[in-house]
Design a protein around this ligand. Structure first.
Ligand code: AMP
Ligand code: TRP
Length: 336
């Protein structure tokens, strides 16, 4: 069997949902930022999945959100010098092409069995009002990944079934037309930390802003949410306090981390120390948010356009080469 070469070491996509909160950073953004520093894993390529956003009921302000999310990621530590960043819709021709070629290798019922779609259909829609694009979501993800000949795709648990489909489609393609596309691997990131809402109701989420630390909010608003946040009675550990501690340790410097550990010990021994903990948390959070907002405000739209243009060139070149090979394998070689 021919040995197929990978082109991109680490490849992942982010949805341009806009308005990140601290739980998004801890549960998701931070893993990509950390991966970029691990040289043994290789150079990452990150893209903003604006075409996938079209599967949302009503995508709004897509372009603004795309620019915002790139700024967020860079302000949170993604370094455009150490990775390539591009916008998915710049590759619309190549993605559409590969989507079509891959679509004949998977059945409608296989797509309807994908857990994410099944869940959506169970929760708030029916097959009769699910768009074809929504059903094609995993095929489009496979196209993103396979066009770049990606080696590792780091994703959370919720996306793993989609990567399995990309692997399945690569194998099926190679079986049908000869070895062409290297099969990508899932880079498991483990269970993401689940951070609770500060107001105690469910997980921290944009849909419940009173319990969420939104990175772009005026800092005083976030600090007042911390003041009101649920904790635990002396001597007890609750999910709320556990989440608050995770947030605290994430934004704290080394000294503050030690202090938090020491406060927790006193708390578990029955001490009344939650006020003290919130004080440390507020100081650390204030510094974290200030630093983020300052970094973000220094990034201009034109700088972002330049970054994604550079990344886009590399991604486009890779995608064009893959499409060419795919067409050759399928014996569609009318254009050279
Ligand atoms: P969402 O904005 O809900 O689409 O979430 C984007 C990503 O952020 C998800 O893939 C999760 O990994 C992460 N995330 C969202 N909410 C939380 C939370 N409350 N705790 C931890 N991670 C979260
Ligand atoms: N569907 C992913 C999410 O919701 C984003 C995404 C799109 C992606 N294409 C991808 C992730 C390819 C990894 C690889 O988070």
């Amino acid at each position: 069997m021919k040995k197929l070469e990978y082109k991109v070491d680490v490849f992942t996509g982010i949805r341009p949902s806009g308005g990140l909160h601290i739980a998004n950073v801890i549960g998701s953004v931070n893993t990509i930022v950390t991966l970029q520093k691990k040289e043994e894993i290789g150079r990452p390529m990150v893209f903003v999945a604006d075409l996938h956003a079209l599967t949302d009921a009503e995508p709004k302000d897509t372009q603004k959100n795309v620019i915002e999310v790139v700024k967020d990621y860079i302000a949170l530590g993604l370094d455009p010098k150490s990775c390539d960043i591009f916008i998915q819709s710049e590759l619309i021709e190549e993605i559409s092409g590969l989507n079509l070629y891959l679509s004949r290798l998977i059945t409608v019922s296989e797509l309807l069995r994908v857990p994410t779609l099944k869940e959506k259909i169970k929760k708030n829609m029916e097959v009769s009002n699910a768009s074809v694009l929504l059903a094609m979501y995993p095929i489009m993800m496979a196209s993103d990944i396979l066009l770049q000949k990606s080696k590792f795709v780091p994703v959370g648990q919720d996306q793993q079934a989609h990567i399995e489909i990309a692997r399945y489609l690569a194998r099926k393609f190679n079986k049908a037309y000869g070895e062409t596309i290297p099969v990508p691997n899932i880079l498991t990131l483990g269970e993401p930390e689940r951070i609770k809402s500060l107001s105690g109701d469910g997980k921290m989420s944009k849909t419940n802003p009173s319990g969420a630390i939104l990175l772009d909010d005026p800092i005083e608003i976030s600090l007042s949410k911390i003041k009101k946040a649920q904790t635990a009675f002396a001597g007890e550990m609750t999910d709320s306090l556990d989440s608050l501690l995770k947030i605290g340790k994430f934004v704290a410097n080394e000294d503050e981390k030690e202090k938090i550990e020491e406060i927790v010990k006193r708390h578990m021994n029955g001490g009344n120390v939650m006020g003290e903990f919130k004080q440390v948390l507020s100081v650390a959070m204030q510094r974290y948010l200030k630093d983020f907002q300052e970094k973000k405000s220094k990034l201009s739209d034109s700088e972002i356009f330049k970054i994604v243009q550079d990344g886009g060139k590399i991604a486009k070149e890779n995608a064009k080469e893959t499409i060419k090979e795919v067409r050759k394998s399928m014996q569609f070689e009318y254009i050279s």
